[in-house]
Design a protein around this ligand. Structure first.
Ligand SMILES: NC(=O)c1ccc[n+]([C@@H]2O[C@H](COP(=O)([O-])OP(=O)(O)OC[C@H]3O[C@@H](n4cnc5c(N)ncnc54)[C@H](OP(=O)(O)O)[C@@H]3O)[C@@H](O)[C@H]2O)c1
Length: 323
């Protein structure tokens, strides 16, 4: 099978398209023919192996895995004990920590983070739902306990986590303010934000407005700066670890009121992710969730996709087509 793999850590120049043996499903596994994957904002981090801590997942001296952690495709074969899925099922999902979605095939246990693909989405539209959609669902629903009528601000509303975050917050009945740059204002309005703040013109922490949830999807703010923009019991959700968020999390466990929460959504147990995928499929099929796709690349040009993503300005998602 064709797969994108790097033999050493480095820039996108180290990526090679290799011919590797096709995996064979174990008794409890499904074999997925992957038709679409994603280059997400964390993929260049694992490719570089920086910060060093990332290498505890990806290999200490060199990358041990094929890259890519989300996919959409078709079940091509099943192990003899598999009961949940059958050959021909169209699925979407996330791999385990061993990655491997930038390839034609991947085997996963049937109890992995796999769900039936939304019927109204193509493979290319469905794969990125398992990146920003799954993570924002985890932050807003599981960690933020988002409620109808709440005022929610989403910083980084134009990224993968942000575009799904805006739509999910609207779906859960919140009044949504998106924060993005001038060139993304119309796009963020088009996916349902009630208000949009252009961060190049205005600092949302100085407006005097208060929010029940501030979800910093892009991790460019800090809890200390945002604290005054939270309501009395407001919650600050941050996707990248920060010292002020950790201090607040430690103190917050002992007291009520405003608090900050960081979570590693990617490390959520596979069974729980699979449940979230069922919810996301329903939301998508109700017409309440769309994928914003900035660029598409064939697998052979995946290095270009990495170069584009690592600049940090993508609008929504960058998709890899694996025909
Ligand atoms: N904790 C977890 O489980 C988890 C999981 C996945 C990802 N993450 C992290 O989540 C973050 C976001 O991921 P993503 O894939 O959504 O990123 P992304 O798609 O690469 O986000 C980039 C977007 O953010 C906008 N942006 C850049 N600087 C901004 C600023 N100062 N204020 C507001 N918007 C800004 C960019 O547009 P402009 O440059 O035009 O503004 C671009 O549209 C990454 O840091 C990633 O590592 C965390």
């Amino acid at each position: 099978m064709k797969a994108a793999a790097a033999s050493k850590y480095g820039s996108p120049d180290v990526i090679e398209i290799k011919n590797l043996p096709q995996p064979i499903p174990k008794d409890n596994e499904v074999l997925i023919r992957i038709y679409a994957a994603v280059v997400g904002s964390t993929d260049p981090v694992f490719l570089k192996g920086e910060p060093f801590i990332s290498r505890f997942f990806s290999g200490l001296t060199r990358p041990k895995n094929i890259s890519g952690d989300v996919f959409a495709g078709e079940i091509e074969d099943i192990g003899k004990n598999v009961t949940i899925f059958k050959k021909g099922d169209e699925v979407f999902g996330a791999t385990d920590i061993n990655m491997g979605a930038h390839a034609e095939y991947r085997c996963l246990p049937e109890t992995g983070a796999i769900g039936l693909k939304p019927e109204n989405m193509s493979y290319e539209e469905a794969a990125p739902v398992c990146d920003g959609g799954l993570i924002s669902f985890h932050f807003l629903k599981t960690k933020g306990n988002i409620q109808t009528g709440q005022k929610v601000l989403i910083n980084g509303a134009s990224g993968s986590l942000g575009t799904y975050g805006v739509q999910l917050a609207k779906y859960f009945g919140a009044e949504v303010t998106g924060v993005c740059s001038s060139s993304n204002v119309e796009m963020v309005k088009s996916i349902g934000a009630d208000y949009v703040i252009d961060y190049t013109q205005e600092d949302f922490t100085k407006s005097g407005k208060k929010y029940d949830i501030i979800y910093d999807a892009v991790g460019k703010s800090s809890y200390s700066r945002c604290k005054n923009s939270l309501t009395e019991n407001g919650i600050y959700l941050i996707t990248t670890p920060s010292p002020s968020a950790f201090i607040s999390m430690l103190l917050g466990s002992k007291s009520k009121g405003k608090r900050a929460v960081f979570a590693a959504g990617g490390l959520k147990p596979a069974g729980e992710k699979a449940k979230d995928l069922i919810a996301l499929k329903e939301i998508a099929e109700a017409g309440k969730l769309k994928s914003v796709i900035d660029k598409r690349y064939p697998l052979e040009e995946i290095a270009e996709a990495f170069r584009y993503v690592e600049k940090g300005h993508k609008k929504g998602n960058v998709v890899i087509s694996i025909k």
